[in-house]
Design a binder for this molecule. Structure first.
Ligand code: HSE
Length: 440
């Protein structure tokens, strides 16, 4: 029985997970596929550095051509990362008649539409399960399991590093920097961790998941993105006092012919299922009009979980190669000719609840001036607390609002931050009052 040959480009953390999974699980993979899946070559610029998972010397090469020009390689795994060379490798692999598996969400967010079109023209397939949610089979769920649904909302924790940092800051009182170092040591972070902590990695993933959900091309430029770098441990504590947990949330919803796509630190009810997602775990809560609510949960980053997703794609693609049915499933879940850009609801028109932390002088009348400006801008206060008392200097005044429109909030805060009794820019965190009875 002839084997299906695969070539790996990029022998990093995830590459090691792929090598180990193919090696350890070769027997079950062969039973599922009906023939062996064999790693024929591993290309990397640096083949001397020791890795946690070794590769036999004769498989190693520094020349990507050794993979692209090998007729026995039917599927190329791109795990280089970045936008430049990775894109070239994928394009050349497809043009050489090979299928591709990638974990490169940044590349797909920026150039996915173009690459999927190249693959379509050449009758080849790009698998990208590992690009969103690490080991969680989210792409497969959206493209296949939920194909009978109109997807209405997605709430996701999609960045292991960000979730790890917030969890460690909440539970162990670690500083942001110390928690980030831990996440990097565990192999969760991107090569450039700014992508994790500034919310960009989450936005890449949300753009991909939204395209699959709403029948649109990838619209990364339309995702509103804020990260967790401005979060103070104080806000985590105050949030807890009001009954909330702080998460870096990816939110997409489709209503009235428009889509909201936003990534920002979000306070959610402490007893909602997403609040219990800790460390490098990811979770995605999806509502479909037929299925109702479902939640997918698992390790969102790391060597073996992400390796698992890559190998899952290899098996899928190999099955289609054997069956002579490449492109059986459209890249973005909908037939390419049916993809339409969806109008986006601008952030200023989004309506949600808010947490404000004002740094105000502790003097009579201060609270009423702030409340007055909020009232003038149609923002209704749900709860307020002031911590500590200082004769000189600012005290934190924390407020939680009812639902308000972002445009009004921005206008009110501009005015409040100009008051002579307000000593620093107001901290603002959006709140999602997710229902805790299972209905989001
Ligand atoms: N840096 C990413 C994360 C890796 O922390 O989730 C998985 O995409």
């Amino acid at each position: 029985m002839s084997a299906i040959g695969v070539g790996l480009v990029g022998w990093g953390t995830v590459g090691c997970g792929v090598v180990q999974t193919l090696r350890e699980n070769a027997d079950v993979i062969e039973k599922r596929l009906g023939r062996p899946l064999v790693l024929r070559r591993v290309a990397d610029l640096d083949i001397e550095r020791a890795r946690p998972v070794p590769v036999p010397r004769e498989l190693l090469t520094t020349r990507v051509e050794d993979i692209l020009e090998d007729p026995e390689v039917r599927i190329v795994i791109e795990l280089i990362g970045g936008l430049g060379f990775a894109k070239e490798v994928i394009r050349r692999a497809i043009e050489s008649g090979k299928d591709v598996v990638t974990a490169n969400k940044a590349l797909l967010a920026h150039h996915g539409n173009e690459l999927f079109e190249v693959a379509r023209r050449h009758g080849r397939t790009i698998g990208f399960e590992a690009s969103v949610g690490g080991g969680i089979p989210l792409i497969k769920s959206l493209r296949e399991g939920l194909a009978g649904n109109r997807i209405e909302t997605i709430y996701g924790i999609l960045n292991g590093t960000g979730n790890y940092i917030l969890t460690r800051m909440t539970e162990a009182g670690l500083s942001f920097e110390a928690a980030l170092k831990e996440a990097q040591a565990k192999g969760y972070a991107e090569a450039n961790p700014a992508l994790d902590v500034e919310g960009v990695d989450t936005a890449h993933k949300l753009a991909i998941a939204s395209a699959l959900s709403f029948g649109a091309p990838v619209q990364f430029e339309d995702v509103y993105t804020e990260g967790i770098t401005r979060i103070d441990p104080l806000d985590i504590q105050f949030g807890e006092e009001f009954g909330y947990q702080l998460k870096l949330l990816a939110i997409a919803s489709h209503s009235d012919g428009r889509v909201e796509m936003r990534v920002h630190p979000t306070l959610i009810p402490r007893n909602h299922v997403l609040a219990s997602v800790k460390g490098a775990y990811n979770a995605v809560h999806i509502r479909g009009n037929a299925v109702g609510n479902i939640m997918l949960y698992g390790m969102g980053a790391g060597m073996m979980p992400t390796g698992s997703a890559v190998v899952g794609d290899l098996v899928d693609l190999a099955r289609d190669i054997l069956g002579g049915t490449p492109q059986r499933i459209p890249s973005l879940a909908f037939q390419p000719e049916c993809l339409n850009r969806i109008p986006i609801r601008p952030m200023e028109e989004v309506s949600t609840c808010y947490y404000f932390r004002f740094a105000a002088l502790d003097r009579p009348g201060v609270l009423s001036r702030i409340a007055g400006i909020l009232g003038d801008n149609h923002i209704s206060i749900a709860a307020v607390t002031q911590k500590g008392r200082k004769v000189e200097g600012a005290v934190p005044i924390v407020m939680v609002t009812h639902e308000a429109v972002e445009r009004n909030v921005r206008k009110a805060l501009e005015e409040i931050d100009r008051l002579d009794v307000v000593m620093a820019p107001t901290q603002i965190i959006r709140i999602e009052e997710l229902a805790t009875d299972g209905n989001v």
